[in-house]
Design a protein around this ligand. Structure first.
Ligand SMILES: CC(C)(COP(=O)(O)OP(=O)(O)OC[C@H]1O[C@@H](n2cnc3c(N)ncnc32)[C@H](O)[C@@H]1OP(=O)(O)O)[C@@H](O)C(=O)NCCC(=O)NCCS
Length: 156
């Protein structure tokens, strides 16, 4: 399998937030945002692996701001790291206020996807090439997160 440039996999998805996406406070439900994060990340993982992928982990998700109904939810997903059968995908979540054009940072999330074969067992994925300074930085940070994740460090 040939190594694939991470830059080719960067993917942006946008959804108009409608009343059906709201919580009782009238803002967008956190679970709706989480679902869209998982979907955007799954696209990047699937495009890289070109086989079935499943979400193995979803690092803790912090919301810096709420999202208003009527605004655009923008999800920018990128491949941060490749293991043997797993991939870390980072997703930056933004809200575009459609009446002003203002962009608000809502959350950043890191997900690990595993490629699986027809028996549902992990299978190898191609390696990736990280070229730009931003890609190299994200790759280095992802390696650190992977180490912590797999170590399952106890809370102190
Ligand atoms: C994905 C699955 C097949 C992997 O099985 P597994 O027994 O964990 O397999 P392995 O131990 O060989 O690990 C597979 C990969 O996951 C990684 N991994 C293991 N634990 C992890 C964790 N807590 N977080 C992130 N990655 C992890 C391993 O490092 C390995 O990656 P690598 O090959 O790049 O090193 C299995 O866990 C599964 O089916 N999980 C359910 C997935 C799912 O249904 N998701 C949707 C939920 S609704």
């Amino acid at each position: 399998m040939a190594d694939r440039p991470a830059s080719e996999l960067a993917f942006t998805m946008a959804h108009l937030m409608l009343p059906k996406d709201g919580n009782p406070m009238g803002f967008v439900h956190g679970g709706v945002v989480a679902k869209h994060i998982d979907e955007a990340a799954a696209v990047v993982a699937s495009r890289h692996a070109r086989c079935m992928v499943v979400t193995r982990s979803f690092d803790n998700l912090e919301f810096h701001n709420h999202v208003e109904i009527g605004n655009l939810l923008i999800l920018k997903a990128s491949l941060n790291m490749v293991g043997t059968t797993s991939m870390e995908i980072g997703v930056r979540v933004e809200e575009e206020e459609l009446t002003s054009g203002r962009i608000n940072h809502i959350a950043s999330a890191y997900l690990t996807f595993v490629a699986i074969n027809e028996e549902g067992k992990p299978c190898p994925v191609p390696q990736a090439v990280f070229t730009s300074e931003a890609e190299k930085r994200r790759n280095k940070e992802a390696a650190c997160r992977r180490q912590k994740r797999l170590a399952k460090e106890p809370c102190s």
